[in-house]
Design a protein around this ligand. Structure first.
Ligand SMILES: [Zn+2]
Length: 98
């Protein structure tokens, strides 16, 4: 089955196709939710609500699955290249010992 990569996971850069962006879908590579602000092309730190869409619903946790109607996958998540939050590092460390 051909799957077209339409986005990139902000966490470890895994390629994601359209079916990976369900409302409660997680990244196959790292298990992070995929429909999150960090994976959205409108995500922009420094903007109100860290979002280019002024009318988007306010989302407090940019790495939690959300129901934003403005969500659009991005091949270059705005957050790519920044270091993961401390709690993510802790969780990644835990994963190593599973
Ligand atoms: Zn991932």
């Amino acid at each position: 089955m051909h799957t077209e990569i339409v986005g990139t996971c902000w966490y470890r850069g895994a390629g994601l196709d359209q079916s990976d962006y369900g409302r409660e879908t997680c990244c196959m590579a790292c298990g992070k939710p995929t429909r999150v602000c960090r994976n959205c092309r409108h995500h922009a730190s420094g903007r109100p609500n860290d979002c280019l869409k002024p009318l988007a619903e306010r989302v407090l946790d940019k790495t939690r699955a959300n129901f934003c109607e403005h969500f659009e996958s991005s091949l270059t998540p705005a957050a790519a290249g920044t270091s993961p939050a401390p709690e993510d590092l802790a969780r990644a460390a835990q994963d190593l010992f599973k």
